[in-house]
Design a protein around this ligand. Structure first.
Ligand code: HEM
Ligand code: HEM
Length: 210
């Protein structure tokens, strides 16, 4: 057995990720409470829900700025570039591995190295979630927070309704991303290996010698 240990998660990305994950969970919980407050059957009162949702929203927004700037000025950003290269073929290969190969103990089609931190499916999901989903979620959320800035209507619909529906849809899709993310994070060497990486910074892999 050989043991590969690669340092892949710098301290700043681990701190960013921890804050992001905690705020995200709070936003999902309070978002659902706000959504159903009209039924009179919510877990927390509306005012408290809005207060927590807004506070977590501001923290996650600044934290998102750290992610974008951090990826612009450190080497971590390169893992998010060139994500469209051979996209369909690579996604398919990774998908077939997750659907079949992994259960037959086959070798990973895109082994993790210092140059390749993410497999194509991870890379695609992270780029879409972080560079398309999060900006839409934050912008629609800010539009709800500062309705005076958005004008009265968008595409002939009241702007409040427009941004509200957009916010709910994007929040829902990103919550689905989180579920898939949590599942794929259990697919390391052992179910807990990748979670440990996000604490220690080191990606670990054991390989049987031929
Ligand atoms: C995981 C992330 C998030 C989820 C799942 C989420 C979900 C929701 C939901 C379901 C609502 C209630 C909408 C309704 O039923 O009409 C809501 C309201 C709102 N959200 Fe979010 N949200 C998230 C992140 C954010 C962010 C990042 C911001 C701001 C930057 C934000 C700002 C707001 C505001 C201002 C409201 C309106 C609150 C009110 O009624 O006064 N949210 N959100
Ligand atoms: C309870 C919540 C969460 C847990 C336990 C968790 C767990 C993990 C783990 C174990 C990794 C390292 C494995 C890998 O590289 O794929 C990771 C990376 C990552 N996660 Fe999460 N995650 C959570 C929430 C989120 C959320 C809400 C987002 C985005 C909205 C997110 C975005 C990312 C990104 C972009 C990376 C790669 C960071 C980098 O190395 O550049 N995670 N997560």
């Amino acid at each position: 057995m050989t043991n590969h240990k690669i340092y892949l998660y710098p301290v700043w990305i681990r701190i960013w990720h921890l804050i992001n994950a905690l705020m995200f969970l709070l936003l999902i919980f309070t978002g659902i409470c706000l959504h159903f407050c009209g039924t009179g059957q919510t877990l927390i009162p509306f005012n408290i829900g809005v207060g927590i949702h807004n506070t977590a929203a501001i923290i996650i927004t600044f934290n998102y700025g750290v992610f974008v700037i951090g990826n612009m000025i450190t080497r971590n950003g390169k893992f998010y570039r060139k994500w469209r290269k051979n996209l369909v073929t690579n996604l398919w290969k990774q998908f077939v591995f997750y659907a079949v190969g992994i259960f037959r103990n086959e070798k990973h089609p895109f082994p993790i190295t210092e140059k390749q931190k993410f497999n194509p499916l991870q890379k695609f999901a992270y780029v879409i979630a972080m560079y398309f989903g999060m900006p839409l979620l934050i912008l629609s959320g800010l539009a709800l927070m500062f309705p005076g800035l958005t004008g009265y209507s968008v595409f002939n619909i009241s702007s409040l309704v427009f941004y509200d529906v957009l916010h709910i849809i994007v929040g829902f899709v990103l919550s689905l991303f989180l579920l898939v993310h949590l599942y794929t994070c259990t697919l390391g060497d052992k179910p807990g290996t990748l979670f440990k990486s996000m604490v220690t910074g080191y990606h670990e892999e054991h390989e049987a010698e031929e």
